[in-house]
Design a protein around this ligand. Structure first.
Ligand SMILES: [Zn+2]
Length: 233
């Protein structure tokens, strides 16, 4: 049978171990969820960029159509120019041709600009798709690791419950209720080792009298943080 301080130390380590296991179990799904959100955000970015790409193409197509329409009209007007009946009619047709040619020069610039936008949107989509694939792979790897670890963690968590129950028998009867309350409130922090003559949780220094009591194996509650202290050397 362990001495009370040794038993408390063992219990403290078990509580810490159990806390770590439970935290890992709790953290797993959150980690997966975080990765899933990242992957979904990347997919969202891709569809936004693809939508932009469609709009840039549409703009280029519309201007191209306008350009072709103007070109056809210019050809038609040039035909009429030769058949002009008067100088006045000639001038009117000529100025229409000039206006259409001016409009086409602007359209050509705009088409070029739209095509450049199409190009850069296409490369951005390709980049985003690479990033998405990487995020998806990352997500799957993490999910697989977490799933693989889960059964053992669950076994450990169940085992901890049993061994902790057994180890708790070391708690002196007078501290039974205090321990229950503390463990509910602080988990593994219910217990604190004595470190350099001070409480290992809040660092309050013990009086000489208290140290004497601790040295003879008495169990004490820290005056400052109320945790159950144990001598760990
Ligand atoms: Zn303390």
């Amino acid at each position: 049978m362990d001495s009370v301080p040794d038993g408390l130390k063992k219990l403290h380590l078990l509580l810490l171990e159990s806390h770590e296991t439970l935290q890992k179990l709790e953290r797993g799904p959150k980690l997966i969820e975080g990765r899933q959100k990242k992957t979904a955000a990347k997919a969202q970015e891709i569809s936004k960029q693809k939508e932009a790409l469609i709009q840039f193409r549409k703009a280029a197509d519309q201007r191209n159509l306008q350009l072709k329409t103007n070109e056809a009209r210019i050809t038609e007007l040039k035909g009429k120019l030769n058949a002009a009946a008067s100088n006045r009619e000639y001038d009117i047709i000529r100025s229409q041709i000039d206006a259409d040619e001016m409009a086409n020069s602007v359209l050509e610039d705009e088409i070029l600009e739209s095509l450049e936008k199409v190009d850069s949107a296409q490369s951005r989509v390709a980049e985003l798709e690479v990033a998405y694939e990487a995020a998806l792979k990352d997500e799957k790897t993490i999910a697989a690791t977490i799933e693989a670890e889960k059964p053992q963690l669950e076994v450990d968590a169940a085992r901890h419950l049993d061994v902790i129950k057994e180890a708790e028998k070391v708690i002196p009867g007078k501290l039974g209720e205090t321990y229950k309350r503390l463990v509910k409130q602080h988990g593994a922090g219910a217990l604190a080792p004595l470190e350099q003559n001070a409480c290992g949780a809040c660092f309050a220094t013990l009086s000489r009298q208290e140290l004497v009591r601790m040295n003879v194996g008495d169990t004490m509650i820290c005056r400052q943080c109320n945790r159950i202290m144990y001598k760990s050397e």
